[in-house]
Write a new protein. Sequence first.
Length: 320
Amino acid sequence: MTAGMVAILMGGPSEEHDVSLRSGQGVAEALGRRGYRAMPVVIPRELGTAQAESFTREALRGLSPDAVFIALHGRFGEDGAVQQVCESLHLPFTGSDAAASRLGMDKIASRERFVRAGLAVPRWRMVQASRADLSLLRGLRYPLIVKPVDQGSSIGLSKVVRPEELAAALALAGTYSETLLVEDYVRGRELTVGMLDDMVLPVVEIRPKHQVFDFAAKYTPGMTAYDVPARLPAAVARAVQAAGQRAHEAIGCRHLSRTDIMLNDAQVPVVLEVNTIPGFTPTSLLPKAAACAGLSYDDVCERLTLLALHAATPLVRSDG
């Protein structure tokens, strides 16, 4: 099927620039195989947000695409900025709108939505990096997780086992954001649930070789194993999927998302965060889950493009 031009936004000024390039290249190749004119738009790494907005606006004006596939991650990808550019140009685009993207990127605001939706979340406190008041952390128990409130891919995340490790963890997270999230470490199984349109994908279990699924564990070959689908009793798997879907809906996501969940020792799904633009390389977790459900990588890329165009058609499942 030949179906017009799709601009694929990739790169960008975030710590996830290189991952985004791999996502975008995979999408471009997939849409090309499906007969679309895929036009990669590589946003330079060194740009500030305002410069990236101007660059993207001019690039999209020059192309006048039929749709925009956003394959950006982190800052200027999932924080609503690039979505606002597309909205201002009245261009259809994949993924959540600007408002939901901003909410999903803010780990504090999104967590408050999860609580209102009746979802279990870790106990947490918010502190400021430049003037961290450690008295605010009373009630939390070691080990702790420290992370910036507005980064993806576990950037700036640390597991703090002893109090003497806390200062270094706060300093690391503070290099990425002034506002930090400190939370109880939830012991249990690390799971993730993808959504594709209104379809809840099979649960994936993440088994990092080290204790924390951080940036290195995510992107270094051999450091993490994945079970697709997760080996869970059917009733537990359904409960985890339901939590992922409710988290997706609580943020107001559309088209796709991936919710990170810990299954604690009491078999309760504890929601950590929602990724509104999860990794989209052919070997990323959402495509892995989709493949488990019978959808090829090319199926998923085309489906998202059609959703952006409001021309959804029945899902075409692959033979594999």
